[in-house]
Write a protein that binds this ligand. Structure first.
Ligand SMILES: *Cc1c(COP(=O)(O)O)cnc(C)c1O
Length: 359
């Protein structure tokens, strides 16, 4: 069967498995080894591991490219930023994921690169900032404001000046967008989130196109992973393969729950503003004050008060309690990561906590 023709719900189940020979296990093995018998394709386990490859095969097929697994989402972001030479100019959204904002700010302060902060939804501002730039950083939808960028439009602007485009696609997952098909050069994911989906691993990935230029980028990212040496553990990779098998089911339910909750929250008297881009499973709400936002997060019983997102369990957090969170995030913003529980149970808990928190 032609793997390219498979639907995502099939790809997540069918790929990344062992060759079907009599007696073989049905799952990719958990390959716990530091080295390999000489003269094979990989000779040392810092450069490659079959359990990583199983996950990479699934994610690569979903994105329509070639994936590399990293020790965390931020390690994948760091690998993508390693494509910028010393003295290079990065154009990035001021409200990107805070780990990326802090990394770029510190590297610029150290004089390694220059950063120009932009509002990605303002294409004229991005065009102006791109003059002489090396790399455009895109995140869409953004964490936690849920702004949506015009990816083909941004890629067009970056290409016009010869800059690479990187897209952090963590919130959308490959089920809602495949940025490579819009001409993005490197897709990055925090696989900690939906791809693994059970809040039990920290992992990241890059994906590049299966073209000459894409393969050359993959080679540079692979060298970075091997030489910096911050590699994923085989156990984490195995859990991620297990998790991604149910990505389509989990995400479909979480998105349906999020759509329902977003419309009910819109009508709730204790909610000043709902941010919901119309798809995906994150909903951000503003409660009117930092105090009421903290009170909400402390009052839910089913919703877990915790940072991070994308697990099967629903969780929430007032984002500005995180050090380094950009000031563009309102102080009263609570990010809801909607899970796969029964939506009526989720609503009852949220409604009671909201009503109590505002009272
Ligand atoms: C969580 C997250 C990251 C960082 O990923 P880690 O796996 O925590 O290192 C990067 N980008 C976005 C959008 C995220 O949500």
């Amino acid at each position: 069967m032609d793997h390219d023709a498979l639907a995502p719900a099939t790809t997540v189940v069918a790929l990344g498995r062992q060759e079907r020979v009599p007696g073989a296990g049905v799952n990719a093995p958990l390959e716990l080894t530091s080295t390999y018998v000489a003269d094979g394709a990989v000779n040392y386990a810092r450069a490659g591991n079959p359990t990583w490859s199983a996950f990479e095969e699934v994610l690569g097929a979903l994105e329509g490219g070639q994936a590399l697994l990293f020790a965390s989402g931020l390690a994948a972001c760091d690998a993508a930023l390693s494509l910028v030479p010393v003295g290079g100019v990065v154009v990035a959204p001021a409200n990107a994921y805070n780990g990326v904002v802090v990394t770029l700010t510190e590297r610029a302060a150290a004089g390694e690169i220059a950063v120009r902060w932009v509002d990605l939804t303002d294409l004229d501002a991005v065009r102006e900032a791109l003059d002489g730039a090396t790399l455009l950083w895109v995140e869409t939808p953004t964490n936690p404001l849920l702004e949506v960028a015009d990816v083909p439009g941004l890629v067009g602007l970056a290409r016009a000046v010869g800059a690479l485009t990187v897209c952090d696609s963590t919130f959308a997952t490959p089920l809602l967008q495949q940025p490579l098909s819009d001409g993005v050069d490197v897709v990055v994911h925090s696989a900690t989130k939906y791809l693994s989906g059970h809040s039990d691993v920290v992992l990241g990935a890059t994906v590049t196109a299966d073209t000459d230029a894409g393969r050359a980028l993959r080679e540079r990212l692979h060298r970075h992973r091997t030489l910096r040496g911050a590699i994923p553990g085989p156990m984490e990779a195995w859990l991620a393969v297990r998790g991604i098998r149910t990505l389509a089911l989990r995400f479909e339910r979480a998105c349906a729950n999020a759509a329902e909750l977003a419309s009910r929250l819109d009508a709730h008297p204790a909610v000043a503003r709902v941010r919901y881009p119309g798809s995906g499973a994150i909903v951000s709400i503003e409660t009117g004050s930092a105090d009421s936002a903290e009170a909400l997060a402390g009052r839910t019983r089913l919703w877990l008060h915790a940072t991070s997102l994308g697990g099967v369990e629903s969780s929430l957090e007032r984002r500005r309690r995180q050090p380094g969170e950009p000031e563009t995030t309102p102080v009263d913003l609570v990010r809801l990561s909607v899970g796969i529980e029964d939506v009526e149970d989720l609503w009852r808990d949220l409604d009671e906590a909201l009503t109590g928190a505002s009272g």
